[in-house]
Write a protein that binds this ligand. Structure first.
Ligand SMILES: [Zn+2]
Length: 292
């Protein structure tokens, strides 16, 4: 007999009171078998927070055996396609779940070429003009859809802002510098741990370093070599800058994610540069890796 559904590859479950799982450890290129950005916070066996929803995260979300029902919130760092492109697909998957309660979605305010989180969601789901207007229930809860409660956090505010909180975890957002792109970094406090997500940034905002002081984990974009082209250097932190940020913030563990051919090629050189400043443990993220 032919099996109709291919079994998922066996994965070690992420267990513990508060554990980060990398869903996507890659960037916007498609040649490295990595999904684009996405991270889950697992708490006692339930996926509670999704940070970013780039390409491939939908598949990894399923492979991780995460459930849409259990998510307390989705936090988007910025509206580059490799961080938010699969958000509509993930929401649609929720249609087939038991979920009834609204899903909070947090993202940055707009600026320049970029809409804010609310305008982005309207562009997807507006009843009249949305690209996926057949799913307009995600904006108003009609048609049995789960309503998205959208919250924008200022990407230019100089101090950390409360983004979400419940009895399980607290989420704080901080505006970070990602070239011309309105972008947020996040800090999650859960299960007695503090976990920081840099999003994409060049490491220039001292408020972010202060906000992640002594964090248990920093998930950092590792997207460029030490001598990048000018544009990439404004968007992302160089390895030496990653090392300085992690050292200044005194984080207990550094996870390098958003990996790309241009940053993995010189990986050993990059690690050497990071270690000149940061003396703690470093992991290079892989898709579905649990960060203990
Ligand atoms: Zn980006």
């Amino acid at each position: 007999m032919v099996a109709l559904i291919a079994p998922l590859q066996a994965r070690a479950a992420c267990t513990g009171p508060a554990v980060v799982q990398v869903l996507g450890s890659g960037g916007p290129d498609a040649d490295d078998a990595r999904a684009s950005s996405g991270y889950l916070l697992w708490m006692d066996g339930e996926a509670r927070l999704l940070v970013d929803a780039g390409g491939g995260v939908f598949l990894r979300f399923g492979e991780a055996k995460a459930k849409f029902e259990s998510l307390d919130a989705i936090a988007i760092t910025h509206l580059h396609a490799d961080h938010v492109g699969e958000l509509p697909v993930l929401l649609k998957s929720g249609f087939f779940s038991e979920r009834k309660r609204p899903i909070p979605i947090i993202g940055p305010t707009g600026g320049g070429q970029f809409p804010g989180m609310k305008e982005f969601m309207k562009a997807q789901f507006d009843k009249k003009r949305g690209a996926f207007r057949y799913l307009s229930g995600y904006l108003d809860g009609s048609g049995g859809s789960v309503r998205a409660d959208i919250m924008e956090i200022s990407a230019t505010a100089s101090s950390p802002k409360a983004a979400f909180g419940n009895e399980r975890f607290k989420l704080t957002a901080i505006g970070v510098k990602h070239g011309p792109v309105p972008a947020l970094g996040y800090v999650v406090e859960a299960g007695g741990k503090r976990m920081a997500f840099a999003g994409d940034q060049n490491g220039d905002n001292p408020a972010f370093a202060a906000a992640i002081k002594d964090a248990d984990v920093l998930v950092m974009d590792h997207a460029i070599p030490e001598m990048p082209d000018r544009t990439s250097g404004q968007l992302h932190a160089r390895p030496s800058e990653i090392g300085m940020l992690a050292a200044k913030a005194n984080v207990r563990q550094l996870v390098l994610s958003h990996n790309m051919a241009r940053s993995l090629g010189p990986l050993q050189d990059n690690l050497t540069l990071i270690k000149q400043h940061y003396k703690g443990p470093i992991k290079v993220a892989e898709d579905l890796m649990c960060v203990e």
